[in-house]
Write a protein that binds this ligand. Structure first.
Ligand SMILES: Nc1ncnc2c1ncn2[C@@H]1O[C@H](COP(=O)(O)OP(=O)(O)OP(=O)(O)O)[C@@H](O)[C@H]1O
Ligand SMILES: [Mg+2]
Length: 283
């Protein structure tokens, strides 16, 4: 009898202990750019599994392939080999993207890239308009998202009337408008001053939690990478490959005070060492 009941008791725990299915799987990814001036091997054998709702920070020297990796994941540039799967579905079929996968992504770049002739409401709701969503529904969603990024009072304004940080928040709201499962951000706060950047770091954590999106966040800034990430992936150049993946077991939410903790400094220090080793490797 005991033998028979055991499995039923054990299975829920076993389920809990089982790793969550990888939301994103990057396998054997390669990218070579061919130009008239020669070829650049930008990415070499990139393999990475990203869990559902995980926040990945991607760091590395200029030119190590961070943007290339993000553009491949965003369906903007085809890989030379390898695959990106989102929820088990392949993004690339040779040089063609699967549009049903693209719909599950939201993308934010360094420059907010808003349309100057649209107000904030229309900028946020643009992806919905392109998908043919009716005006009333678009309006409601834009309001909801503006509130999420703290811009509910700026819906009728135009991009030129907003600060850089506010425009970046509009870009984030726009990327979230179609409920993406995966949010890809390439140095979204690179152009902001240190204080605004710190505020945005708080915002993005809150937004990631609220939307439950899986996030890949590119940054040059090691402090920012550690403060935000569940894991920090360190890419190394020529050709771009993964040198290190560092777990960040710090509790959330992480406020500015996290930067005073010894554990934070240790992680930042380790990553500094890892980046400095690149110089040693080259000499
Ligand atoms: N469209 C392109 N055509 C040719 N080469 C390219 C192209 N885009 C990027 N590269 C090359 O690929 C390599 C990786 O570039 P990438 O922009 O991905 O680096 P990055 O890590 O994002 O750099 P940064 O931190 O400066 O933004 C670089 O050597 C770059 O010159
Ligand atoms: Mg880049």
């Amino acid at each position: 009898m005991t033998m028979q009941t055991q499995p039923t008791v054990a299975s829920p725990e076993a389920d809990l202990a089982a790793p969550q299915p990888a939301e994103i799987r990057i396998s054997g990814l390669e990218k070579t750019y061919k130009t008239e001036r020669g070829t650049t091997h930008a990415l070499s054998n990139i393999n990475l599994e990203i869990r559902k709702e995980e926040f990945i920070s991607l760091i590395g020297r200029s030119g190590c392939g961070k943007t290339t990796l993000l553009r491949i994941m965003a369906g903007l540039v085809p890989p030379s080999a390898g695959q990106v799967e989102v929820g088990g579905r392949a993004l690339w079929h040779r040089e063609t993207v699967d549009s049903s996968v693209i719909r599950r992504l939201g993308v934010v770049f360094q420059d907010a890239n808003l349309f100057p002739w649209y107000n904030i409401e229309d900028n946020i709701a643009l992806p919905l308009r392109l998908r043919g969503v009716k005006k009333a529904e678009r309006r409601e969603r834009a309001r909801e998202l503006a509130e999420l990024v703290g811009l509910q009072n700026f819906l009728p304004n135009y991009p030129r009337e907003l600060s850089g940080g506010m425009r970046q928040r509009v870009a984030i709201a726009r990327a979230l408008s179609d409920n993406p499962e995966l949010l890809l951000m390439d140095e979204p706060f690179g152009a902001l001053d240190a204080l605004t950047r710190e505020k945005m770091n708080m915002e993005i954590q809150r937004i990631a939690l609220a939307t439950r999106a899986t996030v890949v966040f590119v940054t040059h800034d090691i402090d920012e990478a550690v403060a935000l990430g569940d894991r920090v992936v360190h890419l190394t150049p020529r050709p771009g490959r993964i040198k290190d993946i560092v777990d960040v077991p710090l509790t959330r939410p992480r406020g500015v005070e996290i930067k005073k903790e010894a554990a934070f400094h240790e992680l930042v220090g380790d990553l500094h060492t890892s980046l400095n080793e690149e110089d040693a490797d080259e000499s």
